[in-house]
Ligand binder design. Structure first.
Ligand code: AMP
Ligand code: GLY
Length: 423
């Protein structure tokens, strides 16, 4: 079968890696892809939002299955366009991807269906938001409604900061139209866990858990990023937590979407916070996490094509989803200055080491070819991932492997997985 993957990051590289292992995949394409994905896939320089070109490309290459990795095209309705052209596609349609595309929608959904989440109010009028803040408790959390590259969340300690935040989101439109509406919600404390799941509209099968590190600097300091590293599984995702989420969150979300006439097929990513009152949903995403996928997918035992096809066909209940009984850690190698300003085009060396070691992976996040040479092409450059028999071993292996790779201005966090020691 011919498979097309849409996206260009470490997540899509991890997906491409799994597809390359599938007996069912004869040929893989990726739009636009990157220098790492090119090892498995023929990459075509078509942007993820160039829907017409993607549809035309899929027709021309007689693609049997498209896997959409990224949030923007999902929220924008790429799946609908591909399906309208008769092309089988894995991912939620536009009316279901709104689960990620609108935080106001997802909060209202959770409220309506009693899914545990932080208390909140939605606002389309900045004056009403400002008036609400006058009586609020601090710290408080402001969220732009729409997609904002993971940066549309402001945690405000004081009334002044929060007023400034409303201005930033709704008046200055720092996140563009994503700030036409805003959620103001209760600040929660606790450990964060990411749980990704496969969904076929009715059935949900959760994958192994993971934890991300969103801040740029060691000790969770500095600016929010797309994610600086992950580990899987999370030792804090206990059987008790899982039972609670099975009972009140996972199936409840799938059923709620169905009841709303928005059946969800694809991956639902549950961003959870383990609060004193129990697990609560921080956010939903409508796709694999990045870099969560880099630690979760290499541990999956199933053939990814079989699972993905079961989601498309509505037969996920017949799939026995299984993960290896080990652990994985991913350390992101970024370019110094990320997420603000950084150089691109810096030559990378040492990548060949990964091919020589079982259980080690170098997923490309922002790379490209400059002639024969692979060079940096983004803030997050590579996701160095290693497995181990447990989290400690996986972490030691991943950090050892970060030394194999060299490029100017290489930057990483040194405390990915530090929480493991507290478990
Ligand atoms: P989100 O994009 O909604 O996941 O938010 C990004 C990050 O902001 C989360 O991973 C949390 O660390 C933090 N955050 C979001 N909502 C809350 C909340 N209600 N209370 C505390 N922290 C939050
Ligand atoms: N790592 C968080 C995300 O993919 O949104």
């Amino acid at each position: 079968m011919k498979v097309l993957i849409v996206g260009s990051g470490g997540r899509e590289h991890a997906i491409a890696y799994c597809v390359s292992k599938s007996e069912k995949a004869d040929k893989i394409y990726c739009t636009p892809g990157n220098a790492g994905i090119a090892e498995y896939a023929e990459c075509a320089p078509i942007g993820a939002m160039e829907f017409d070109k993607i549809v035309a490309f899929a027709k021309e290459k007689e693609i049997d299955l498209v896997i959409v990795g990224m949030d923007d095209p999902l929220v924008g309705g790429l799946v609908d366009e591909l399906e309208a052209a008769g092309i089988r596609t894995f991912g939620p349609r536009k009316n279901a991807a709104i689960l990620e595309g609108s935080k106001a929608f997802s909060k209202d959904l959770m409220k309506k269906y009693n899914i545990p989440t932080a208390a909140y109010e939605n606002f389309t009028d900045p004056d009403k938001a400002l008036a609400y803040l006058e009586t609020a408790k601090f710290p408080i959390v402001l969220k732009a409604d729409g997609l904002a590259l993971g940066k549309g969340v402001l945690i405000c300690s004081t009334l002044e900061e929060a007023k400034e935040g409303v201005k930033t989101i709704m008046l200055d439109k720092k996140f563009g139209d994503a700030g036409n509406e805003m959620v103001i919600e209760e600040f929660m404390t606790g450990r964060e866990v990411s749980v990704l799941s496969f969904v076929d509209g009715n059935t949900i099968k959760t994958m192994t858990s993971a934890q991300d590190h969103k801040r740029a600097g060691d000790g969770d300091t500095g600016l929010n990023t797309g994610g600086m590293g992950t580990f899987s599984p999370s030792p804090f995702y206990t059987r008790e937590v899982e039972d609670f989420c099975n009972k009140y969150i996972y199936q409840a979300t799938v059923d709620a979407m169905k009841a709303e006439g928005r059946p969800f097929k694809g991956v639902i990513f549950f961003g959870l916070m383990l609060t004193k009152e129990g697990p609560k949903v921080l956010e939903y995403n409508a796709r694999f996490g990045d870099p969560e996928a880099q630690v979760v997918l290499p541990r999956m035992k199933n053939d990814i094509i079989e699972v993905v096809e079961a989601c498309v066909d509505g037969t996920l209940d017949q799939v026995d989803l299984q993960f290896e009984d080990n652990a994985a850690v991913c350390v992101v190698l970024a370019s110094e200055g990320y997420p603000v300003a950084y150089d691109k085009g810096l030559p990378i060396s040492g990548l060949e080491e990964f091919g020589k070691h079982e259980g080690y992976y170098c997923f490309h996040a922002g790379t490209k070819f400059d002639g024969e040479q692979i060079v940096t092409n983004g803030g997050r450059v590579l996701g160095v991932t290693a497995k181990g028999k447990d989290l400690k071993e996986a972490r030691a292996n991943a950090y050892a492997a970060t030394e194999w790779v060299k490029f100017d201005n290489k930057y990483m966090r040194h405390d990915i997985g530090k929480a493991i020691d507290e478990a």
